[in-house]
Design a protein around this ligand. Sequence first.
Ligand code: ATP
Length: 296
Amino acid sequence: MKTQKALFIINPKSGTTQKKGVPALLDYCLDSSKISYEIFYTQYAGHGREIAEKEKNNYHMIVAVGGDGTINEIAGPLINSETTLGIIPLGSGNGLARHLKIPLNTKKAISLLNDQHSKKIDTINFNNDIFVNVAGVGFDAHIASLFAESKKRGFLSYGMLALQEIIKFKSTGYRLIIDGEEKIEKAPFLISIANSSQYGNNAHIAPGAEISDGLMDICIMQKIPFWYYPSLIFHLFNGTLTRSRYYKTWQGKEALIHLLEDAEKKSIHLDGDPYPLKEDIKLSVNPLSLKVACKI
Ligand SMILES: Nc1ncnc2c1ncn2[C@@H]1O[C@H](COP(=O)(O)OP(=O)(O)OP(=O)(O)O)[C@@H](O)[C@H]1O
């Protein structure tokens, strides 16, 4: 095994855990005969993407230390390159890391990198951008935009926000076309496009989704009556949403989400972070386009 050069990009703002201890853990857990490394801290949103773009040809591996938003920024420049994406899950939801079974324990996640194992996963083109985990319009996107404005992070803050907003939220209309076939024209509560099976925190919006199958899972939830909330939560966290009468899912290689009403008023998220939306959404799968360090 040759020594690999790795760059760790740490997002100091993600999740609820302090990142001050990370350099000491890297020093302790990384086998210096296998991995030499440098560390960079992001200073603002979007900085991770800039660093990854600039440095992708100088390292064998660029490691996102944060959550799905941090991964999204760093993954973009690495698509279709030979550089591997590493993940140390220190975000609020850690959806992609959980799906790939990367340990949530920081020491174990770092030690896993010594194995130098990786697998290729799909990524999804979203207009001129990309995402790696889950994107969507509707209620989840509305919560993502409020969560981004909030100073609080973590699962509890997210859950509280969702509970406060669920009754007030008004669905708007979309047309959904998957591989050329029209699916809905009603106003769903949300449409999720899933590469992995979960948003994070084991909330499985697309329980059957596989990340290396060349397909995206497109899921809709209809407006749910308040008496159904406990069942919804049960199905979401138990991976059994397909049993719910308010839920539908399809798989496809390409999709179009056509906005029926004022786009300015709609919320959208890519990997949990709000995204400015002004036009229809064109989606397509980039099969096996990203190398990720994980157990094989
Ligand atoms: N130094 C920084 N200051 C402010 N924002 C930053 C900084 N560095 C990165 N960001 C932004 O922070 C956002 C949130 O990070 P991230 O998504 O990793 O954490 P999270 O939302 O807590 O976790 P998860 O997405 O797993 O729920 C990212 O989209 C990124 O653009």
